[in-house]
Design a protein around this ligand. Structure first.
Ligand code: GBH
Length: 457
């Protein structure tokens, strides 16, 4: 046994409902914004949809058996709102609750702690028809949904994440439009960024009230904004605005009730009628922990000929131009994302240093797209993922040694799955899925993770 990790450190894997469940029209589940988006021609690679995905809805027992073989302590999954409240609010669908009850019970019987994410992007389409996250009503609707799920599952589930990556919800969903609902409107995106923060706070209050001994937090996709070369005025400004927009917005909101001042100034009249008097109080939410999803560092440098303003098709609402290429010779994943393990240690140290009032941090996702499949012997030797995993585990050990209160590490993902706009074209699983036959095969990285867990728990 090693002493690099605190006692009770949680080793786990993470997934999300729309990416693995399938069974899109079963047991009263209603349409989600991702069903609608995926079935809109041109939105998702190859026209892929989550109709079947990894068929986890029907194969969850087999999947829990795999988790047991991996030796994980915890499993982070999300609830499909359209399965539970098909109309978004109002009447519940008991068959939807039955599914998650069966999953939770199966996990507990196998000694695996369930961690729930209330929202991982599959909004009921009926709520999008009223404006979705851009409409302030979503705050009450999410609070109501939180009430139902906390009541139903709170007897067995103590760890709760309200919203996964509200940055992606807001800026990929309503600004660049590369994710559902595919809106491209910066005013709506700013509104979504505010309403996700309000909804997080409202939901945490409800869950804490209804679930004794619960631990409630949010999961943010955070990264280091690395500046390459000598920054000119625009690059220096983008560095500060990007950091505020991506890393500080939701944290500052729940800890202080205020957003980064420079960003509010830049947004100008975009926040008029969106952030209302009195909201500051409502944004406050004392965190029990915070989840961080880390994939890669971001790089900016001075604009080169041909570069466009960030707001031109991208997720940032900044009419400023920088170059976003990583340093020459940086290795990348099959998604093209630079591989930057040291960034994970730096990020954890920075978050703990800048917001010491957050009692603990958890890596709720970390992983990489590498598309290796079975060889002639049926083995999946995903050596590049093994390398990615090991280097990022080294990074969390560095952060722990520097005193970061890190309580867990969840690999993204348990299974190959529906990778949003990329469809089935990008594989993130420790376990390979043959989407024709639904056969699962543990990749080499799964065995490496299993051995690491065994050695360190
Ligand atoms: C996570 O998002 C999701 O939670 C998960 O569902 C998903 O499957 C997994 O990662 C893998 O993608 O190109 O300007 O958006 C990760 C979201 C992706 C956000 C990389 C930042 C880079 C900048 N991050 N993205 S941009």
């Amino acid at each position: 046994m090693s002493n690099k990790y605190p006692k009770d450190f949680l080793w786990g894997t993470a997934t999300s409902s729309y990416q693995i469940e399938g069974a899109f029209d079963v047991d009263g589940r209603s349409e989600s914004i991702w069903d609608r988006f995926a079935k809109t021609p041109g939105k998702v690679m190859n026209g892929d949809t989550g109709d079947i995905a990894a068929d986890h809805f029907n194969r969850f027992k087999e999947d829990v058996a795999i988790m047991r073989e991996l030796g994980i302590d915890g499993y982070r999954f999300s609830l499909a709102w359209p399965r539970l409240l098909p109309n978004g609010t109002g009447k519940i669908e008991p068959r939807g609750f039955d599914f998650y009850n069966r999953l939770i019970d199966e996990l507990l019987e196998n000694g695996i702690e369930p961690l729930i994410t209330a929202y991982h992007w599959d909004l009921p389409q009926v709520l999008q028809d009223q404006g979705g996250w851009a409409n302030r009503n979503i705050v009450d609707q999410f609070e109501n949904y939180s009430h139902h799920i906390a009541t139903a599952f709170g007897d067995r589930v103590k760890d709760w994440i309200t919203i996964n990556e509200p940055w992606c919800v807001s800026w990929l969903g309503y600004m660049s439009g590369i994710h559902a609902p595919g809106v491209k409107n910066r005013k709506e995106a700013v509104a979504a960024a505010h309403h996700t923060a309000m909804a997080h706070a409202a939901s945490s209050r409800v869950i804490k009230e209804l679930v004794p001994n619960s631990k409630v937090g949010i999961t943010l996709n955070m990264t280091n904004v690395r500046v390459l070369g000598e920054a000119n005025a625009d690059t220096a400004k983008v560095e500060r605005l990007m950091d505020a927009n991506l890393n500080r917005w939701w944290i500052d909101a729940y800890l202080t009730g205020n957003y980064p001042a420079e960003l509010i100034e830049y947004y100008g009249d975009l926040v008029d009628g969106v952030i209302l008097p009195g909201d500051s109080e409502l944004l406050l939410a004392k965190p029990d922990f915070m989840g961080i999803n880390y994939y890669s560092d971001a790089f900016i440098g001075n604009a080169q000929p041909g570069d466009k303003p960030l707001s031109d098709g991208g997720p940032y609402p900044f009419d400023l131009t920088v170059n976003q290429a990583p340093p020459a010779n940086t290795s990348v994943t099959d998604f093209g994302w630079p591989i930057t393990p040291l960034g994970l240690a730096d990020l954890l140290v920075r978050v703990h240093h800048d917001w010491p009032e957050i009692p603990s941090l958890c890596i709720t996702e970390n992983g990489a797209a590498f598309n290796d499949g079975p060889d002639e012997n049926g083995e999946v030797n995903d050596d590049r993922r093994v390398q990615y995993l090991k280097s990022h585990l080294d990074a969390i050990e560095v952060a722990l040694a520097k005193g970061v209160p890190l309580t867990g590490y969840f690999a993204w993902s348990l299974l190959d799955n529906f990778e949003w706009a990329e469809g089935y074209d990008k594989r993130f699983g420790l376990v390979h899925v043959d989407f024709e036959t639904q056969k699962r095969t543990m990749k080499k990285s799964a065995y490496v993770f299993r051995d690491h867990i065994q050695l360190n728990s």
